[in-house]
Design a protein. Structure first.
Length: 263
């Protein structure tokens, strides 16, 4: 593992910059680290008017309308995607196409993540783990920003923050933590692998979304994943981008990160 990655994975506590994130907590159980995300409000989705004549900022219909969302309780979000080592420590196998203990686990379906979470919760009875809601994920990805990406609107600097396609970085996944973190010290929120979230997909849900702690549609056929991957173009790495797949979908560019609830 590179020195930069070792530093990210092994430091016990890191002071963070930016409002609404307090500390990275070293989690001894399975070595999963979490950033505390404080409660707050933000504008979820993309404002279509910001995208005029901007090739890399194209809004899709399911990102509209932009709307206010409030997360009223703090939570811990995984500093990075769940790694292959962390998956193997719990599940005893490694389904990933692109092997590497400190790469994100992939080729895991939404259903597979639920099995992992169930086993993790049964082994660590002092905590409760789950996937983030779509609103929690975007709130953390934006990290207090209102720009298209967490680092601004300029896609030309995205290579400093993300592994993505068509820029010489394609081909496979990469070890977590090799790129710059967002303002709340979360890594790989843009790129590397897409990340499953808890919600069912409804292209029209934003029109009727709850303002406080929205949990998405009650039912559906598809589950949502966020964040872009090593395959995608810069436009699909935007904080507001939403994609979906069958809960049984397994792909070499979809993984996940965890929430640890605060009791």
């Amino acid at each position: 593992m590179k020195n930069k990655n070792k530093k990210i994975m092994l430091m016990s506590v890191i002071a963070l910059m930016g409002q609404n994130a307090q500390a990275v907590e070293f989690k001894n159980f399975e070595g999963i680290r979490f950033v505390k995300i404080d409660a707050g409000c933000f504008q979820m989705g993309q404002d279509k008017q910001t995208d005029l004549n901007a090739k890399d900022k194209q809004t899709t219909g399911n990102e509209l309308p932009q709307h206010k969302v409030c997360i009223d309780k703090p939570f811990y979000l995984g500093e990075s995607e769940v790694t292959q080592k962390q998956w193997e420590d719990v599940m005893g196998n490694n389904p990933s196409k692109f092997k590497g203990m400190y790469r994100p686990v992939e080729r895991v379906s939404w259903n597979d993540t639920q099995t992992f979470i169930e086993k993790l919760n049964s082994r660590d009875k002092g905590n409760f783990y789950r996937l983030p809601t779509e609103a929690e994920w975007e709130y953390a990805a934006r990290a207090g920003t209102t720009t298209v990406y967490s680092f601004g609107d300029d896609s030309k600097v995205i290579r400093d923050y993300a592994w993505f396609g068509n820029e010489g970085y394609g081909g496979d996944t990469h070890e977590v933590g090799q790129k710059k973190a967002n303002p709340w010290e979360l890594v790989d929120m843009h790129g590397n692998v897409w990340e499953w979230v808890q919600d069912w997909y409804d292209p029209n849900y934003y029109k009727n979304s709850l303002e406080t702690n929205p949990n998405g549609a009650e039912t559906g056929q598809y589950k949502i994943y966020r964040g872009g991957s090593w395959v995608t173009k810069p436009n699909n790495l935007r904080s507001a981008v939403r994609y979906s797949g069958l809960p049984s979908t397994r792909s070499g560019d979809i993984g996940f990160r965890l929430v640890r609830e605060i009791k």
